[in-house]
Design a protein. Sequence first.
Length: 437
Amino acid sequence: MLTAFARAFRTPDLRKKLLFTLAIIVVYRVGTHVPIPGVNYKAVQTCVSEAGANQGLFGLVNMFSGGALLQITIFALGIMPYITASIILQLLTVVIPRLEALKKEGQAGTAKITQYTRYLTVALAILQGTGLVATARSGALFNGCSVASSIVPDQAIFTTITMVICMTAGTAVVMWLGELITDRGIGNGMSILMFISIAATFPSALWAIKKQGSLAGGWIEFGTVILVGLVMVALVVFVEQAQRRIPVQYAKRMIGRRSYGGTSTYIPLKVNQAGVIPVIFASSLLYIPALVAQFAGGNSSWTVWIKNNLTKGDHPIYISLYFLLIVFFAFFYVAISFNPEEVADNMKKYGGFIPGIRAGRPTAEYLSYVLNRITWPGSLYLGLIALVPTMALVGFGASQNFPFGGTSILIIVGVGLETVKQIESQLQQRNYEGFLR
């Protein structure tokens, strides 16, 4: 990987792309520290220091925003509205025939879907920004903070609208920065911004573990966490690269005096076909009851049950529901993102077949069978990786937003591997010597 980056910096046009990407990253990180108007910055800092590692219900979103959410900055919402909009559009593509037709139109249809994603991102940013401002005004953003109610001193409607507009504009700017990286940088812009947001929280989280430790001044706990993180990275890389290759043979066809086909290839089915999406779905779904109970207040039986069982990461009910939801969403997402019947029809149309399997419906059934079998270990792996923060919570007394948690490691490793592959592919295009030297 380091060799690929060194070769990329020696290539002039790739060096420009890398430097441009780094400049965009600097702009993005600066924006995460610029507070929006109408916020008492000193009160926010006081509450953040009092909250410490316990970030409550907003920990996941705060991680995706690079810590900007709890700072209530212009980039407080980060990349989350765009991620949510992309997932919603991807799910609706299966349900709405118009979107499915656009997806099949190629580049023009993809551009139209991207435009819809932008519109939905802005709408979600307005909704989430309004919710964040309302939460900050009520003092519920930092439970137990002595100055939580004075975070937004001026609660006039004009101030509230200004804050929401600023956060929505910040989300639009983040989306634009990601598209700039995709167009003029090294590519994969939104994923790189997500990578930077998560990686930015690592140093402070690791240092907090060191300060909380008691063995050798906390260095024993610090070193143990680093070793666990390296083992997890190696495990995630191994599983993310694992795939089942289904061989496909294309029959030879004669068109005029030329023969076409006769080649063999394969369909790569990844063990973790769903990626990190099931973990995000499960986390978001488990946050909803706790969020409703927090805003409902009172001491009714159902709110007390939710607060006792669904807000603590080390509670057995929470752990069981979290694991089962991850397994369910893994199968659900694979079912809507990979259509065996469509793949079988395309193979049959171009004269392809799996050796030993008849074309058409038997091929679709075989693909479904293989996909279900490899999704089981993939979903169990996702569930176990996602439970690492819970084990850290019990073993080290860390927060639920453990630095080497499942979601963060999956995203960082996935984006890192994809970025390295893109750089290597661009290097191969520029340094290809051909068959004859």
